[in-house]
Design a protein around this ligand. Structure first.
Ligand code: SF4
Ligand code: SF4
Length: 82
């Protein structure tokens, strides 16, 4: 199974502004994730190369095809940390 850079608490709609998880009721960080992960709707609706942290970077999976409006399975949000 692939490791997905975007599946982190920081991109989960269950994270509160105070940094707590609405499901588990504990403080979490962007290094965590769980099976209840649910991508924030704002990110879900805006996934393309322009919003990808790999756009114009050496780890882009498809540098010849990457362009605004394009998307591949290696997309990762710009606020992701590795
Ligand atoms: S612990 Fe799970 S449900 Fe809670 S914010 Fe993180 S990924 Fe989302
Ligand atoms: S081609 Fe894939 S990895 Fe490259 S910028 Fe677009 S979505 Fe990201």
């Amino acid at each position: 199974m692939a490791i997905r850079l975007g599946n982190s608490c920081i991109n989960c709609e269950n994270l509160t502004q105070e940094g707590a998880c609405k499901i588990h009721m504990v403080a979490v960080s962007n290094n965590y994730t769980c099976d209840h992960f649910s991508m924030k709707a704002t990110l879900k609706d805006d996934r393309n190369c322009v919003t990808c942290t790999r756009f114009h970077e050496s780890d882009c999976a498809n540098p010849q095809a990457a362009a605004p409006g394009m998307l591949c399975t290696h997309w990762a949000p710009q606020n992701a940390t590795a």
